[in-house]
Design a protein around this ligand. Structure first.
Ligand code: HAM
Length: 421
């Protein structure tokens, strides 16, 4: 074969799909129970949307965006994340009209050109929540609690919720200044990337993986000492709500999010067993983003997590998502008359939601029964020559050996029989 899957991508094979369905539907169920509705946006958007929101100096925009120009010379990008597209859709579709706020969730592929490694892919799948329309701290806690409860309900235990406040743009300015002052005497010792970060985005100096930069960063001032009074009150209130919701958290003033749009609350769920890519999910407030992309000053908060890392964590904790489903029944027919009678029943059962396997290339009874056992079907539905003549079918429980005859034209009886088991 001449073709290979692109580096950093993977196929979800049939044997793995069951686990994916489970974790996706658990997310949908919980989000719906919290009153969030699904929103689906295209996988590509105007490149500028991300430059404006994620920040032109962020790695996501600078190094990782899959950009392309279409036939008419327009600049697009495969979405590296879901928040800016949801904000764009919220504004474009006027979701603000008639509702105090919008509670939205999404599930879908994102694209980042990065060096692939365990838990890091070039196409990966995110689940996410965006709450748009209020800056009340209760909603910070609500959004965070959905993430925590989702991971908990799946059985993840060795995780840690880290919480920070990056303040409003005013406190950010003061903090950036303090960071620049702190790092200035060390400028020559910093890596070339950090020398640029120092003037462009000082906060990212705290996130560098280079040993010397890391050592210097250890003594850097804390964001929390630069919060103004309203930001302090907001942060305290978020913590208070989380405590009342029984969501455990630790404060980490060093959380630096990879995207630039965050204001006030920022958080991550860390899972140590994941190696270098230990952020299971993350998010925060982005009160300025909607205005930045042309809307009104509308506050918002959200999070996203990658399903791949979630599956790795589930595996790490040996959490079983249940066995791959098997067929309800295997249809066995002997001779053309039996087949003629069986095919309408087969359709009706399938329409009734019963998974029935059938393979007319197997002629002998023995071969068909073997196939039924191989696919682990619970029942064999047997229409031999005698049954066909009597207008009946034999339903045989392949586990207990119990069997009974049912009228062929009473598909409902079969459906009932399957549903009871
Ligand atoms: P993010 O921290 O860039 O935030 O990504 C969120 C999560 O997506 C990460 O914690 C990780 O689980 C997963 N992830 C990111 N990059 C990759 C990758 N290359 N391969 C596999 N998984 C990955 C955001 O995307 C924000 N939009 C979150 C948000 C929503 N903030 C507010 N609302």
């Amino acid at each position: 074969m001449n073709y290979k899957i692109p580096r950093g991508t993977y196929d979800i094979l049939p044997s793995q799909s069951h686990d994916w369905h489970k974790i996706i539907s658990a997310f949908r169920q919980l989000a719906a129970a919290c009153g969030y509705e699904e929103i689906t946006t295209p996988v590509f958007e105007q490149a500028q949307l991300f430059e404006r929101s994620s920040g032109e100096t962020s790695d996501v925009v600078k190094k990782e965006m899959y950009r392309f120009t279409d036939q008419k010379g327009r600049e697009f990008a495969l979405r590296p994340e879901g928040t800016a597209p949801v904000a764009r859709s919220y504004l474009e579709n006027r979701l603000d009209i008639g509702a105090a706020h919008s509670k939205l969730y999404y599930v879908g592929p994102m694209f980042r050109y990065d060096r692939p490694q365990a838990g890091r892919y070039r196409q990966f799948y995110q689940y996410g929540i965006e709450f748009i329309g209020s800056d009340h701290p209760y909603f910070d806690a609500e959004v965070i609690s959905i993430l925590w409860n989702y991971l908990s309900v799946l059985g993840i235990k060795r995780m840690r919720l880290e919480l920070n406040s990056v303040g409003c743009p005013e406190c950010s300015k003061a903090y950036d200044q303090a960071l620049q002052d702190y790092f200035r005497p060390h400028l020559n010792e910093l890596c070339p990337d950090c020398q640029i970060r120092h003037s462009q985005k000082p906060r990212r100096l705290l996130d560098c993986k280079v040993k010397t930069c890391k050592q210097i960063a250890q003594g850097a001032p804390s964001q929390l000492d630069y919060l103004d009074e309203p930001c302090k009150v907001h942060f305290a209130s978020v913590q208070d709500y989380l405590a009342r919701m029984n969501i455990p958290f630790v404060i980490n003033p060093r959380i630096v999010r990879g995207l630039d749009y965050y204001t006030n609350t920022a958080f991550e769920v860390i899972y140590e067993g994941l190696g270098a890519q230990n952020s299971l999910a993350g998010g925060g407030r982005y009160n300025g983003l909607l205005e930045q992309i042309g809307g009104k000053n509308i506050p918002a908060i959200g999070f996203a997590g990658g399903f791949e890392r979630l599956l790795l964590a589930l595996r790490e904790e040996q959490i079983d998502l249940g066995a791959r489903p098997v067929a309800d029944a295997y249809l066995i027919t002997m001779g053309p008359a039996a087949q003629q009678l069986a095919l309408p029943l087969l359709s009706q059962l399938r329409l009734g939601g019963i998974w029935v396997e059938y393979d007319p290339t197997k002629n002998s009874f023995k071969a068909q029964l073997k196939a039924a056992n191989n696919c682990q079907a619970r029942f064999a539905l047997i229409i031999g020559e005698d049954e066909a003549a009597a207008g009946k079918a034999l339903l045989k429980d392949l586990q207990s050996g119990e069997q009974r005859l049912l009228e062929l034209d009473a598909a409902n009886q079969f459906i009932e029989a399957f549903k009871r088991n």
